[in-house]
Each structure stands twice: as structure tokens, then as C-alpha cells.
Ligand binder design. Structure first.
Ligand code: EPZ
Length: 429
């Protein structure tokens, strides 16, 4: 298994190109199941999760071709995928595939909407809490699906097709909103999703679905209205930039000091995180090419932050912020409100010497002046990258094990950091 070796102490200076968003690319690829015509997705990041979803879609009979760099492309352009679900040969998503990536459960929505049946394995347990699918099932039932659980599989049927309905989510759920949105595009009549997730990735998927002929209004707000259509058609869509990747590198620069341009980042997608970084002492400015993050000399100030659905501070940046606050001059408090148990990084950050106390869903971090490099590992993508951030300032050598977690969600991580002066390399084994 590959490892990443970092020698801490270098400032970051230069430009980091921001890739397409993993959490938009995955549902966009799944949305291709809704039509028998080809969906072309541009700026798709090269990530292990994307490759895994290609295998899962392949199992349903979906043809995917990947086009690499073309003449005139920017150096760091993501791949272009041509996805054709002309012939769906299997409406079952088996345990062996779904258990590896939770988002693959979402295929249930387009399969049910278009083929009127789906049999999808319940996703397995997960390192960041129990993460049930009850609200996804509730949404599909509201749309008229008959759902049963059989030997670990969710079996969904709608012999006469889905019908529009009002779906009022008792809590904000990104997965629930994606599933309801995709299913409702082909349902008969009008669907209203109330208390919908406002995450930019939901709006990006709705934008693509509209290009495919769907009639969706209000995506990106808590109330989405969908007028069902009979058929969707081909379209071309560019995946929006990854706000979590941008926020992660912004935290890394705030940690090491330096001056980095996050090329292609969209500030309006991460205002809450940028505000927190400013409070902590980073200088943030917006320019035509993205976001510039600077920190020189001054110490980091502690912050008090709670995660919240968009536009609040994202749970997917909580671990990275915690790594940063390990070096703040004073005590910080970070409360995780989205997932219970998303604190796997706490015990690993302690290996660097961090002083963090957990009290229920709140972590109290007492800043220290020096981190010491250590061998570390984490079982979650964002937790893993928080260890990289800590390693960038830790004295001596840090080895981050189980790099495959990073490969699930960060495209060319070590290359991007190395280009800005970090001493970081992958050890292949
Ligand atoms: C998405 O997960 C993201 N994944 C997560 O990113 C992200 O952390 C999360 O949204 C919150 O922003 C993708 O987009 C692929 P939810 P999702 O449904 O959709 C509970 C990363 O690191 N819930 O909004 O699974 C759930 O347990 C990942 O890139 C139910 O109770 O999150 C959680 O507490 C990790 N019942 C809360 O809602 C349900 O049926 C929010 O979950 C569904 C969810």
C-alpha cells in the first residue's frame, strides 16, 4: 500500500489548480442512467471514487469512454467522460460494488425512474457514523415506489412509473435531495422538495439535468420544484470546481505560511470557510483566476466553529480546520453537527503532539507551538488530508499510511503541494 512521506517546515508558494468536484462528478455520472442518449461530462477529476463508479455503472451496461487532454487544453484539465446508458442490462447493484462507495447507492433513483425497478445493496457501515438511507427510501416511497428489503438489498418497484409528490425532508440531506431530484425528473406531474439541501453540487446536478431536458426550478434553495418530463436527452456539462479541495489547500497555506493562488476556485462556494480563515489570520483575496491565500509571519488566532449544511461551514473541512487550530495561539472549539463520530483524526493528530479533548460533538483544541512528525493513518478521506496538513509544518518526517483514502478524493495531491515547495513524496509499495 502506498504511503506519503512529508518533511515539514516549508512554506507554500505558487499556484494550485483546483480540480472538478468529486461530490458533483459522482451524482452527475449517476444521472447519465436517466437517458438512453450520451451525457458528456467535462472536468471530471481523476479519482479512485470516479474509477469505482465507472465500474459500477459498467455493471448496469453503461458505456463510458474517457478523453484525455486535447490540443489547446489548459495543462490541468480534468478528463472528459462520454457516458452512454443506451442499454441498461442489469438493474441490480450488487453488494461487492456498493459496499465500497456509499454514493453508488444513489443509482436506485435513475434506475427506478427509467426502468421502473431497481435492486440495490444497502451500503455498508462507514467510518463517519451510521449514515442510514431511511430518508432516501422515504423520498422514493412518496414518489409512489413500493420498497422492500430482501437479503440486504433494497428492492424498489414502480410498475406504472413514479408520480410527482411533495417530499418534506425532516433534516437536510444531500443524498436524499440528489435521489429525490433524479427520480422526480421522470415522474408524472409536479414534485416539490421541501427542506432540500442547498449545496452547490445539488445545484450543479440540477443544472445538468435541465440541459438534459428536465424542468427543475429552485435548486440551490431549500425549495425545489420539478415538473416531470417523459424523456431526457443528450447534453454536455462541465463539473463545477471542488470547493472542499480549494478549502483544504487554503487551510494548508494558512498552516505553513506563504502565498498561493487557488486557480479556478470559486469564492462564493466557500464563503463560510474563507471567513473562518480570515478570523484565524490568513489574508484572502479574490481575483479573476480564483482565490489568493497569504499568511506571513503572524501567529494563528483560535476560532470557534460549528459545521452546518451549506452555506454554513462544511463538515468536509472540519478535520482540516482542526489540524490548523492545533497550531493556533490559544483554545479553539469545533463542533460537528452533521455526522456523529467524525473525529477519527483526533487520535492521529495527537501523534504530532496535538492537545485535543472531545466532549460529545465538540472538540476543544489547545494550540501548541511545535508539532513533531510521526507515522499516522486515517480511515476517512478528509481525516487523512488533515494529517497531511499537520505534516507540512511538523518538525522532521511524517508518513501518512493508507494513501488510498486520499486518492479517493484528492487529484494529484502530492504533485500539487510539491509544485508549491512542499517536501512531499509518494512511496509506492
Ligand atoms: C454528502 O454525503 C457528501 N458525499 C459527503 O462528503 C458530505 O460530508 C455530506 O454530503 C454532507 O455535506 C457525497 O456527496 C458523495 P447527507 P451524504 O445525506 O449525501 C443523515 C466526503 O468526504 N441521513 O447530507 O451521504 C446522515 O447520517 C463525503 O466527500 C439520515 O439520517 O450526506 C447525516 O447525519 C463524506 N438518513 C446527515 O443526514 C438518510 O437517509 C447528512 O447526510 C440520509 C442521511
Amino acid at each position: 500500500m502506498d504511503r506519503i512521506r512529508i518533511t515539514g517546515g516549508n512554506k507554500l508558494n505558487g499556484t494550485i489548480p483546483i480540480s472538478g468536484a468529486k461530490n458533483a462528478a459522482l451524482p452527475l455520472m449517476i444521472a447519465a442512467l436517466l437517458t438512453d442518449e450520451t451525457l458528456v461530462l467535462e472536468n471530471v477529476p481523476r479519482l479512485a471514487d470516479v474509477a469505482q463508479l465507472q465500474r459500477i455503472l459498467g455493471n448496469h451496461g453503461v458505456d463510458i469512454t474517457s478523453v484525455g487532454k486535447r490540443a489547446g487544453d489548459r495543462e490541468y484539465q480534468g478528463q472528459t467522460l462520454h457516458i452512454s446508458a443506451a442499454h441498461i442490462i442489469d438493474t441490480t447493484a450488487p453488494y461487492e460494488l456498493v459496499s465500497r462507495m456509499r454514493a453508488s447507492f444513489w443509482v436506485i433513483a435513475p434506475l427506478l425512474a427509467r426502468m421502473h425497478e431497481a435492486r440495490v445493496s444497502l451500503p455498508g457501515g462507514c467510518a463517519i457514523g451510521t449514515r442510514p438511507v431511511d430518508l432516501l427510501i422515504m423520498a422514493l416511497e412518496k414518489l409512489g415506489a413500493e420498497i422492500s428489503i430482501d437479503a440486504g438489498y433494497v428492492v424498489a418497484k414502480a410498475p406504472a412509473g413514479l408520480r410527482g409528490a411533495t417530499i418534506d425532508f425532516p433534516k437536510v440531506t444531500v443524498s436524499g435531495t440528489h435521489v429525490a431530484l433524479m427520480a422526480a425528473t421522470l415522474a408524472k406531474g409536479t414534485t416539490v422538495i421541501a427542506n432540500a439541501a442547498c449545496e452547490p453540487e445539488v445545484a450543479d446536478v440540477a443544472d445538468c439535468l435541465n440541459k438534459m431536458g428536465a424542468r427543475i426550478l429552485g435548486a440551490g434553495t431549500p425549495r425545489i420544484v420539478i415538473e416531470g418530463v417523459e424523456k431526457l436527452h443528450c447534453a454536455r456539462h462541465t463539473v463545477l470546481p471542488d470547493r472542499i479541495e480549494a478549502g483544504t489547500y487554503a487551510m494548508a497555506v494558512a498552516m505553513t505560511g506563504g502565498d498561493v493562488q487557488l486557480s479556478g476556485a470559486r469564492p462564493e462556494l466557500l464563503e463560510a470557510a474563507l471567513d473562518v480563515l480570515k478570523q484565524a489570520g490568513a489574508e484572502i483575496s479574490v481575483n479573476g483566476d480564483g482565490i489568493r491565500v497569504v499568511r506571513n509571519g503572524s501567529g494563528l488566532r483560535p476560532v470557534t466553529v460549528s459545521t452546518a449544511p451549506f452555506p454554513g461551514f462544511p463538515t468536509d473541512l472540519q478535520a482540516q480546520l482542526m489540524a490548523l487550530m492545533v497550531c493556533a495561539q490559544g483554545a479553539s472549539e469545533i463542533t460537528e453537527t452533521i455526522f456523529e463520530n467524525r473525529f477519527m483524526h483526533v487520535q492521529e493528530l495527537a501523534r504530532f503532539g496535538a492537545r485535543i479533548k472531545l466532549d460529545g460533538e465538540t472538540a476543544r483544541i489547545d494550540g501548541i507551538t511545535r508539532l513533531r512528525g510521526a507515522p499516522v493513518m486515517a480511515t476517512d478521506l478528509r481525516a487523512s488530508v488533515s494529517l497531511v496538513i499537520a505534516g507540512l509544518v511538523a518538525e522532521g518526517e511524517t508518513t501518512v499510511n493508507r494513501v488510498y483514502h486520499l486518492d479517493r478524493g484528492f487529484e494529484r495531491l502530492e504533485e500539487k503541494l510539491k509544485a508549491c515547495g512542499a517536501s512531499i513524496e509518494r512511496i509506492r509499495e
